[in-house]
Design a protein around this ligand. Structure first.
Ligand SMILES: Cc1cc2nc3c(=O)[nH]c(=O)nc-3n(C[C@H](O)[C@H](O)[C@H](O)COP(=O)(O)OP(=O)(O)OC[C@H]3O[C@@H](n4cnc5c(N)ncnc54)[C@H](O)[C@@H]3O)c2cc1C
Length: 496
């Protein structure tokens, strides 16, 4: 089949690679001049690194270069992805924005780009769920920018030198906000973080010694959070072992508070470490709390920017408690909007529920829209691995080898999953596109549909050792072999 993939980030690239391996003619479109999505030169801010250590942020069959540090920079990940695209000869059309995608007969799709149209047999949307920044429109913005002030998303702030000698406000307290703050604070006249809400931060090295991956990027780490269906040891952890389980999570919070001297800095978040599941994993940025301690970074918790204004030719921000601060640059790390503007209203009506959540079976397949798949709508602690496994599912479904329930059952399964995530994350699942902290449950469920998986012993070893995507290297060849069997793929009636 001719398959179009929108997006050349992690998800689009791995989809193209897997579908290419299964014999499809794939074309990847991206509007940027380089591959990498989140890690593209067009979206990198100073201080950007992965949260996941390099082994956990790898595809199964393409290890990160040995000389990369444990937490590679954005530029290093972009290079890794460019090498991946080159190694697997992924057909790319860069600098090409898809402006419309319309369904046609037999599950086909017509794409519009650069004033041209082209027709494909199938479409995979991999346009990134953290691609379009959401920047608040502050009252007084026009006056502020007319006077030379700048308001931008962190992803639009590419060079710390732009902050030199300026009064900078960083809005947000997530990983991006803290990451961009540190290099800014080294050159700015003042750096103030406006944090509506303090969040728990996990040290990269807990207690200064233990890599956080040993605690949270294991199957045991995932099992500490209650999933929709409890299996095996999870039943103990969320039953008789509940006290032990809570202690395990919350002790990371106590260590973090001690390690970063959060009490002394007045930055102990409300609630418990367990609440981390309600946002994303907040990995602490190297140098952030040190900057707060030495005064180069000021954090204003519990506040927002009420308005921007100018006085006597100088620029200011008024905070929600009435404080006024000098402000030349406002960098917003305030999240992202998830959307598919290139799909028409008729298609979107099948995709979204009344709250705007994406209704995707296995985070991949919309119900009632033939020929359309999504990848990357399973953002996790191991995003490349989850995207790779989703790509295998798409390849198998194209071959007719996924045993799909009927549409009513699929809709019920999606609704149940969303209701669970609403409850488990207090609604912080980015419109149904983020599966944290249940990354491995998703891998298991998706592979369960395909009838391929890695050995039980290796999976067991991942209960105490960090999950290693390289352990999944055998899965693609196993699926390819399986797809060669016409009976299993449904291309011939069983028994032929
Ligand atoms: C700052 C940051 C740090 C992160 N760190 C981690 C981490 O450590 N570990 C982890 O597991 N996950 C992490 N993530 C999650 C991250 O989103 C995934 O790891 C992964 O990079 C997402 O890849 P993607 O391909 O789904 O989306 P993206 O990387 O966003 O790629 C989508 C691509 O689609 C293109 N596109 C969109 N619309 C169109 C269109 N209409 N036409 C053409 N092209 C289009 C975009 O230009 C973009 O290149 C991080 C996310 C962010 C924002």
């Amino acid at each position: 089949m001719r398959v179009a993939v929108i997006g050349a980030g992690v998800a689009g690239l791995v989809t193209a690679k897997v579908l290419g391996q299964t014999g499809h003619d794939v074309q990847v479109f991206d509007r940027t001049p380089d591959v990498g999505g989140v890690w593209s030169e067009t979206r990198r801010y100073p201080g950007l690194t992965t949260q996941s250590p390099k082994a956990q942020y790898s595809f199964s069959d393409f290890p990160m270069p040995e000389d990369f540090p444990e937490w590679p920079t954005g530029a290093q990940i972009q290079t890794y992805l460019a090498d991946y695209a080159a190694s697997f000869r992924i057909p790319l059309r860069l600098r090409t924005e898809v402006t419309a995608a319309r369904p046609g007969p037999d599950g086909g799709w017509t794409l519009e780009f650069d004033g041209a149209t082209e027709t494909f047999d199938r479409l995979v949307v991999a346009n990134g769920v953290f691609c379009e920044p959401s920047v608040p429109v502050f009252p007084g913005l026009d006056e502020f920018t007319a006077a030379g002030g700048r308001v931008c998303a962190a992803t639009e702030f590419h060079d710390a030198a732009q902050a030199e000698g300026e009064h900078v406000l960083v809005v947000g307290y997530g990983k991006s906000a803290c990451d961009v703050t540190v290099p800014i604070s080294q050159v700015a006249a003042s750096t103030t973080v406006i944090a509506r809400q303090l969040l728990w931060k996990v040290p990269r090295k807990v207690g200064g010694v233990l890599n956080f991956k040993m605690l949270l990027l294991t199957r045991m780490g995932e099992a500490l959070f209650r999933y929709l269906h409890l299996r095996g040891f999870e039943k103990f952890l969320h039953g008789p072992g509940n006290g032990l389980r809570r202690n395990m999570i919350n002790s990371i919070g106590s260590v973090s508070a001690r390690q970063f001297k959060l009490r002394e800095l007045g930055l102990v978040p409300p609630g418990h470490m367990e609440d981390i599941v309600r946002g994303a994993i907040g990995l602490a940025t190297e140098g952030f709390f040190e900057g707060v301690a030495d005064g180069s970074i000021v954090v204003r918790p519990g506040l927002t920017i009420a308005k921007l204004f100018t006085s006597e030719g100088r620029r200011f921000a008024a905070l929600s408690d009435g404080t006024e601060l000098p402000a030349d640059v406002v960098v917003c790390a305030t999240g992202f909007r998830q959307g598919v503007p290139f799909l028409g209203a008729d298609v979107q009506s099948h995709l979204l529920d009344e709250s705007g959540n994406f209704l995707l079976y296995r985070q991949i397949m919309p119900i009632g829209v033939p020929g359309l798949y999504f990848n990357g709508y399973n953002s996790s602690f191991f995003s490349p691995l989850n995207a790779e496994i989703a790509a295998l599912w798409i390849a198998a479904d194209l071959a007719g080898a996924v045993p799909l329930p009927d549409p009513v059952a699929m809709r019920e399964a999606v609704a149940a999953q969303l209701a669970f995530m609403d409850d488990a994350t207090d609604g912080h699942h980015c419109r149904g596109t983020k599966i944290i902290p249940f990354s491995l449950h998703n891998v298991d469920e998706v592979l369960g549909d395909l009838g391929v998986n890695i050995g039980r012993h290796v999976r067991a070893s991942h209960w105490i050792n960090p999950v290693d995507p390289a352990a999944y290297r055998s899965v693609t060849p196993a699926l390819l072999k399986r797809l060669e069997d016409p009976v299993l793929t449904g291309r011939l009636p069983t028994g032929c």
